[in-house]
Design a protein around this ligand. Sequence first.
Ligand code: PLP
Length: 438
Amino acid sequence: LYRLSRFMSLSPKQEQLFKQASKHIPGGVNSPVRAFNGVGGTPVFIEKAKGAYLYDVDGKRYVDYVGSWGPMILGHAHPDIIQAVQEAAVDGLSFGAPTVHETTLADLICEIMPSIELVRMTNSGTEATMTAIRLARGYTGRDMIVKFEGCYHGHSDSLLVKAGSGMLTMGEPTSKGVPADFAKHTVTLPYNDIEAVKACFAKYGQEIAGVIVEPVAGNMNLVKPIKGFLETIREQCDQYKSVFIIDEVMTGFRVALGGAQAYYNVKPDLTTLGKIIGAGLPVGAFGGKREIMECIAPLGGVYQAGTLSGNPLAMRAGIKMFETLRQPNFYTDLSAKLDQLLQGLQAAADEAGIPFFTQQAGGLFGLYFTDQTEISSFDHILKCDIEAFRKFFHGMLNRGVNLAPSAFEAGFISAAHSDEDIQFTIDMAKQVFAEMQA
Ligand code: PLP
């Protein structure tokens, strides 16, 4: 921390707010990923956001590459979304009864992701994944779930085993409080290890209810699937009649309009969604094959419910979001913009002689301080230089660029990032790289 201190400059006001927050909020934050445990220092308190920018309580501006951890693909406070939410609010905040907006959003999701025939809304990604695995268990009558090391699927008991995101940042991939009796039904395999998938099915195939995977892993920095990885899971699930769950909470409508399943052309049995479908309001969803989804209450015996599920504000925000996402070239423009950013950062690092590597999937990216030229496993991620990331993070934050406060998180770009924002980011990175060399 001593060596980091010259990279960090904390305003007294921020320090004071954090102290006040910590009085009645555990660790001062309502989600551990917002804490600065992975980088040192205290989190920045945000007052407002607009387009590509966050503004903190001191009025300082940041070009934002977190985007509320994914939902803000159009940028913050997009006027169309705000208008949709305002109009919805005037009509009432929640009814606990069906609305046509739920039908419209369900129809849109099924059209955009054809693997989904029936879809149920939830309030978060965690609820979506938690129910998807309950459904896989209820449908197959089996208990075992297979997941992959470094993947994060929310914080339900069965999925907090060798998990990514905040769990990795805290250095404890399996949560305390998860009963061993639960954890024993979760088998964790190395990401992108095709032989491990085959061996696991050869041994336990008849017991496996389902496999859940991040189709592009965005919770251990960014790791893309190698050729054959997702296809092998599909084949094995077919062979053993297990349910293949693709968790698109992060990748859905970000890697491509149709999600990673369209990008990589694989068809899951169930898909979990969140983040972008609510445009920043709390929402999640799970859906898939009719035969499996018909096991959900009230049609079937697998129970799932929610007082606020299908909330009209979230539905109307999501519907509005899709109008823009479905415009021609939205994703090619977003990818091109990100490519421009990553090329600029790579050139700046190369010039400064800093070992650095980047990867991208649609509007999602990874930055790695390493001389490795292939990043396809959790082990590769563990070999990256976390200390260098911390310096980079604080150097950029000081200069008005907001990155996720952990070396184990992916980055998010939005359609609101302009050429000037990207150039500014590259220019600031040049300064930070120079400082890191000093
Ligand atoms: N699945 C993935 C892939 C995620 O990235 C996340 C959150 O980051 C979740 C599930 C959990 O979603 P939520 O935080 O909305 O509960």
